[in-house]
Design a binder for this molecule. Structure first.
Ligand SMILES: [Zn+2]
Length: 405
């Protein structure tokens, strides 16, 4: 076995015949260690590869005590096996990772911004820069400079050097994993960047295709810079393009007028909502007048599809217009209803106490003080019982009776 794994020797190798060197379990997870592997374990900001060992999916790969463990969904095979790499996913990682090298190098050389962290996410990637802020014009200049380096297509190479040789080289970042012994791997973009790195990279910045900066956010005194590169950039553009096409259809404008079109629709919506509110106001007044004309001490009305604010508006109107009567107003379906109980100044009933009884009968809960009590109801079918209870409260001693119960 070579002590340098295949993913490092030949990052473009997609499958390999090898042997299982060790099997084991960690909790209820099975893992294997291979004599050689094309599957990169997580590290340096680059996620672990996915792939298959003897056809079995590899769920994760990690470096543990200097050995690479591949975690499998089931009981591991033994002997000779074929290892296959999920190449689409890996090549994407190689594009994003090499893009990061280039971005970090250009940000440092052109603007003096040092990169302190790299995150390669499932959808987007970012680096953290030691810069309190980055102006839009600087971002544009950085993106342009990176594009020029992608076009220049200088070779990307990797080699191993001794710690003594490392000390004499102009290496940008000397960070090494804790406890690292022996040779150190260097990755070089000719003439631009020399860095310690154990990840996988494309052969040339030309394979990055393109890099787009997506924006910045302040972060711990520095700046997070989001970017997307390679095939992801084309997929992102395709997604935006499709979304725009759907929006154009919905709004009925060209791309250029899309924002103005949506903004105008939202203004219309606000206007319509204002109109609805004022119509509801008028409706509440009319409904209260009709209710006031009904006979009896207790008035009641039900609206299948209004809401609590509508009932509250009505209640306010009712107590004002008919101060010597009680009204029980309800809305909604049986299990998703609401009610308002109200009484004007001329009614001597303990309204909160009566309201709690109504709530209990209607299997709801609510609250209120003074002349209006409102709540939710989950059994509007028992409305007749609630009205009967109210009648008995009114016919008895009034406030004292209601308060005692
Ligand atoms: Zn790297």
């Amino acid at each position: 076995m070579s002590h340098i794994p295949a993913y490092e020797r030949e990052p473009y190798l997609q499958s390999l015949q090898t042997e299982i060197a060790e099997t084991g379990t960690e909790g209820d997870r099975h893992f294997v260690v291979l004599a050689d592997t094309v599957l990169y374990p997580e590290g340096g900001g680059q996620p672990a590869d996915r792939g298959w060992i003897a056809g079995m999916p590899v769920e994760n790969s990690l470096r543990v005590e200097g050995r690479i463990r591949h975690y499998l969904a089931g009981r591991p095979p033994t002997g000779q096996v074929q290892v296959d790499l999920d190449w689409t996913r890996r090549f994407d990682h190689m594009q994003q990772h090499t893009a990061q090298h280039l971005l970090t190098a250009v940000a440092h050389d052109r603007f003096g911004w040092h990169t302190t962290a790299f995150h390669l996410g499932e959808h987007g990637s970012d680096i953290e820069l030691e810069a309190p802020s980055v102006a839009p014009a600087q971002l544009a200049a950085l993106e342009e400079a990176v594009a020029a380096e992608i076009r220049a297509a200088r070779p990307v190479t990797a080699r191993r050097v001794s710690p003594e040789a490392l000390a004499t080289l102009p290496v940008r970042t000397r960070g090494l994993p804790e406890g690292h012994l022996g040779d150190i791997r260097l990755v070089e973009i000719a003439g631009i960047d020399l860095n310690t790195c154990g990840g996988t990279h494309v052969r040339s910045p030309a394979e990055i295709e393109a890099l787009k900066l997506l924006g910045t956010e302040p972060l711990r005194g520095g700046t997070r810079l989001r970017f997307v590169a390679g095939g992801r950039l084309r997929r992102l553009l395709a997604t935006h393009h499709e979304r725009n096409a759907r929006l154009r259809q919905l709004v009925g404008t060209s791309d250029d007028e899309l924002v103005a079109g949506v903004s105008a629709r939202l203004d219309q919506l606000k206007e319509a909502q204002r109109a609805v509110r004022s119509l509801e106001e008028a409706l509440a007044v009319e409904a209260v007048r009709a209710l006031a004309a009904s006979p009896g001490k207790i008035a009641s009305a039900h609206w299948p599809s209004r809401d609590l604010p509508f009932l509250q508006r009505m209640a306010k109107e009712f107590t004002h217009l008919v101060p010597d009567r009680i009204a029980l107003l309800t809305t909604g379906e049986d299990e998703q209803g609401a009610f308002v109980l109200c009484a004007g100044e001329g009614v001597t009933i303990d309204l909160p106490a009566a309201g709690r009884q109504v709530a209990e009968i209607l299997s709801g809960r609510g609250g209120g003080s003074g002349r209006i009590f409102q709540g939710k109801a989950t059994r509007l079918s028992r409305l007749a019982d609630a009205l009967a209870r109210l009648r008995s409260l009114v016919e008895s001693d009034g406030p004292a009776a209601a308060g005692r119960s």
